[in-house]
Design a protein around this ligand. Structure first.
Ligand code: ADP
Length: 614
C-alpha cells in the first residue's frame, strides 16, 4: 500500500480524498494556488505545496509543477480528483514516467474513451448499445446534413472532444442544420481545439443514467449499480440519486452488464463511470438505453453510490493503484436503501445563477439525520472567482426514495450561508417538484419550469416578527398592549429594503442593530430602522436614530419647529440608497444634532421629537 499521496486538486474533492487517505494512515500532500493559500484542503492535508498563481491554467493545470511538488515532498502517488488533469492521458503518463503511482486508469484507457466518436465505435464493436447516429471521419457539411436526415430530426450535433455540456447543438429541422453545425464547430474549435463533430438522434424525454464501474490490475471488473442524474440545468447535473427511480431488475442487469463489458473493452483499472442516455417516455427498458460516454475518473456524484453500497470508492482507488485486487466481488455487492445528493453552488438563482463570491461570514450546513456533507470551504473562508462555484455537496440516505428526498430537503432547509448567495432554496424547490417527487424526471425539467423554481423565496411573517422582536429595545414598545391583537407596525430594513413588520409583543433587544434570519435555505439581513408606536409613546419613542452608518444629505426641519406625524425630518444616504426619516407622531423638534453633509454612525441620535399634548 502506498504510504504518501499528493492530491492534484482543490475544494471538496481534495478534502474528500484526504479524509479517506488519513483514515488509511496515508500521509497527504495538498497543492495550492495563491487564491487557495488558506483553503480547507490546505489545512486538512499533512503538508501543502504552493504551485502557482490563482488561475487554474497557471496552477492546478500545471502538470509539471504538480509532479515536481510530488517528488520534492516525497509523495509516492498522485490522485487527480475530477476535472483539471484527471482525464489527461499525457499527464497520467508523465506521472508514471516520474516513477509515481497514478491513482486512475492506464493512460491508454483514458485515451480510448477521450473522444466521443472513437469511444462510441469501440462500444458498438463490443456489443454495447450506442445512441443511433453518425460518427464518421467525413466532416463535409453536406455529408453531415445528409446523415442527419437519415437519422431523422430532431438531432444533436456533438463535438467529439466536447465535455461539460459544451459543444452541443440541438437541431429540430433540416433548415436549421447548416447554421447549427457551423456554430457548434466554432465553439468546438475554440474550446477544445478540435472541430470534429458527431451526430446523434435526439432522445425524447431523455434520462441520464450512469453506472459506476471498478477494475483492478488483476483483470477483475465489477459494477456498483446505477445513478440517475436526470435533474440537470443546461446539461449540468443538479441533483443525483442512486438507485434510479423506476429501474427494474432486468433492466438494471442489462445496463450494468453492458457497463462492465465497456470497461473490460478498455482493460479498465480504477473507478470509472459509463454514462447512458435513456428514452424515459415509456419507463426504463434495456432496449431504449444507449451508451453516451465514459468518464475515466471519480465522479462528483460518487457519494450516492457509496451511501447505498457501503463502499468507500476512494479507498478502492488507492488499493487498486497500489496493485491490490478489488476488495469485493460482484456477488458481494448489493443496494441498501436510497441516497440523494444536491450540489450547493455559490450562485444567485434569482439573478440568472450568477456566481456569488466573497467571504463566508456565515456558513452552516444542515446535518440532517445521518446526513453527509462533502465540502471544501469553511466559515470565515472565502469563495474566489477563480474556480468552480460548487462549495458543498449535501447527501442524504433513507430506506426509501421518499425518505432520502425529505431528509435532503431538510438538510438544505437548515443551511444558512451569508453574504454569499447559494442555490439552496432552488434545490429545495426542485426536490419538491411534483414530477421529481413522482420520480418522473427528464433532463428538460428545469429548462421548462426553471423560472418558478428559481424565484426568490419570501421570508415568512412569523419569522420576521420573531426576528424583529430581537431588534427592538423593551423600552421602545412600552406602549404596546400585550395580549391584545397588536396593530403596532415597525419599519425595518430587510437586505437594505424598508419593510413593515407587525410586532407581536415586547421587544427584547440587548443592543443588536441587525440580525441574520435564515429560512428554507435562504438568509436575509434584518436591520433596525425606526419604530412607529401607535397610540402611547415610550420615553425614547421620539428619538430619531440613524438606522445604519451613512451620510445626512438633507435636513428638512429646524430645532423648535412643530411637526406632524409622517413629516419628513431628514434624508440619509446609506448602502447606496436614500432613506427618509419622518416624525413618528405630532410634536416639536426638541433637539437636532446633525446638519447636511454629516457622516453618522449606526444608532446615532439625529433628532428628538417631543410629543404634543394629547
Ligand atoms: P458532456 O460530455 O458535455 O457532458 P454528454 O454527451 O455527456 O456531454 O451529454 C450531456 C447531457 O446532454 C446528457 O446528460 C443529456 O442530458 C444530454 N444529451 C446528450 N446526448 C443526448 C441525446 N442524444 N439526446 C438527448 N439528450 C442528450
Amino acid at each position: 500500500m502506498i504510504q504518501s499521496l499528493l492530491i492534484a486538486n482543490r475544494g471538496e474533492i481534495a478534502c474528500r480524498v484526504i479524509r479517506t487517505a488519513r483514515r488509511m494512515g496515508i500521509r497527504t500532500v495538498a497543492v495550492y494556488s495563491d487564491a487557495d493559500a488558506k483553503a480547507l484542503h490546505v489545512r486538512s492535508a499533512d503538508e501543502a505545496v504552493h504551485i502557482g498563481p490563482s488561475p487554474a491554467a497557471e496552477s492546478y493545470l500545471r502538470g509539471d509543477r504538480i509532479i515536481e511538488a510530488a517528488l520534492a515532498s516525497g509523495a509516492e502517488a498522485i490522485h487527480p480528483g475530477y476535472g483539471f488533469l484527471s482525464e489527461n492521458a499525457a499527464f497520467a503518463q508523465a506521472v508514471i514516467d516520474a516513477g509515481l503511482f497514478w491513482v486512475g486508469p492506464r493512460p491508454a484507457s483514458i485515451e480510448a474513451m477521450g473522444l466521443k466518436d472513437a469511444a462510441k465505435k469501440l462500444m458498438a464493436a463490443v456489443g454495447v448499445p450506442v445512441t443511433p447516429g453518425y460518427m464518421g471521419e467525413n466532416q463535409d457539411p453536406d455529408v453531415l446534413e445528409a446523415e442527419a436526415g437519415k437519422i431523422g430530426y430532431p438531432v444533436l450535433i456533438k463535438a467529439v472532444a466536447g465535455g461539460g455540456g459544451k459543444g452541443m447543438r440541438l437541431v429540430e429541422r433540416a433548415a436549421d442544420f447548416a447554421d447549427a453545425l457551423a456554430s457548434c464547430q466554432r465553439e468546438a474549435a475554440s474550446s477544445f481545439g478540435n472541430d470534429h463533430v458527431l451526430i446523434e438522434k435526439y432522445i425524447q424525454s431523455p434520462r441520464h443514467i450512469e453506472v459506476q464501474v471498478f477494475g483492478d490490475s488483476h483483470g477483475n471488473v465489477v459494477h456498483l449499480f446505477e445513478r440517475d442524474c436526470s435533474l440537470q440545468r443546461r446539461h449540468q447535473k443538479v441533483i443525483e440519486e442512486a438507485p434510479a427511480p423506476g429501474m427494474d431488475a432486468a433492466t438494471r442487469e442489462a445496463i450494468c452488464a453492458a457497463a462492465v463489458r465497456a470497461a473490460r473493452a478498455v482493460d479498465y483499472q480504477g473507478a470509472g463511470t459509463i454514462e447512458f442516455i435513456a428514452d424515459g417516455s415509456k419507463g426504463l427498458s434495456a432496449d431504449r438505453i444507449w451508451f453516451m460516454e465514459m468518464n475515466t475518473r471519480l465522479q462528483v456524484e460518487h457519494p450516492v453510490t457509496e451511501e447505498i453500497t457501503g463502499v468507500d470508492l476512494v479507498e478502492w482507488q488507492l488499493r487498486v493503484a497500489s496493485g491490490e485486487p478489488l476488495p469485493k466481488r460482484q456477488g458481494e455487492l448489493s443496494i441498501n436503501g436510497w441516497a440523494m445528493e444536491a450540489r450547493l453552488y455559490a450562485e444567485d438563482p434569482a439573478k440568472g445563477f450568477l456566481p456569488s463570491i466573497g467571504m463566508l461570514e456565515l456558513f452552516e450546513l444542515g446535518e440532517g439525520q445521518g446526513g453527509r456533507i462533502d465540502t471544501g470551504v469553511f466559515e470565515g473562508g472565502a469563495v474566489t472567482p477563480f474556480y468552480d462555484p460548487m462549495i458543498a455537496k449535501l447527501i442524504a440516505r433513507g430506506d426509501t426514495r421518499g425518505e432520502a428526498r425529505e431528509r435532503l430537503s431538510a438538510m438544505l432547509g437548515d443551511s444558512a450561508v451569508w453574504p454569499v448567495r447559494t442555490n439552496a432554496a432552488f434545490l429545495i424547490e426542485a426536490l419538491g417538484h411534483p414530477d421529481f417527487v413522482a420520480g418522473k424526471v427528464d433532463t428538460g425539467l428545469i429548462g421548462r419550469d426553471g423560472e418558478a423554481l428559481s424565484a426568490d423565496p419570501e421570508p415568512s411573517a412569523e419569522m420576521l416578527a420573531d426576528a424583529a422582536q430581537a431588534l427592538v429595545p423593551p423600552t421602545l414598545v412600552q406602549g404596546f398592549r400585550l395580549n391584545a391583537p397588536s396593530r403596532d407596525v415597525a419599519t425595518f430594513l430587510l437586505d437594505g429594503e424598508p419593510v413593515e413588520i407587525a410586532l407581536a409583543g415586547q421587544g427584547s433587544c440587548e443592543g443588536e442593530t441587525s440580525v441574520l434570519v435564515a429560512e428554507s435555505g435562504k438568509v436575509w439581513q434584518l436591520q433596525r430602522w425606526r419604530v412607529d408606536g401607535a397610540g402611547h409613546h415610550g420615553a425614547h419613542d421620539g428619538e430619531i436614530l440613524s438606522p445604519m452608518p451613512g451620510k445626512v444629505i438633507a435636513v428638512e426641519v429646524a430645532e423648535g419647529q412643530a411637526v406632524t406625524k409622517g413629516q419628513k425630518l431628514l434624508t440619509l444616504e446609506a448602502m447606496k440608497m436614500e432613506h427618509t426619516l419622518t416624525a413618528p407622531f405630532d410634536g416639536t423638534v426638541a433637539q437636532l444634532t446633525v446638519a447636511a453633509g454629516d457622516h453618522v454612525q449606526v444608532e446615532a441620535l439625529l433628532a428628538r421629537i417631543e410629543p404634543s399634548e394629547e
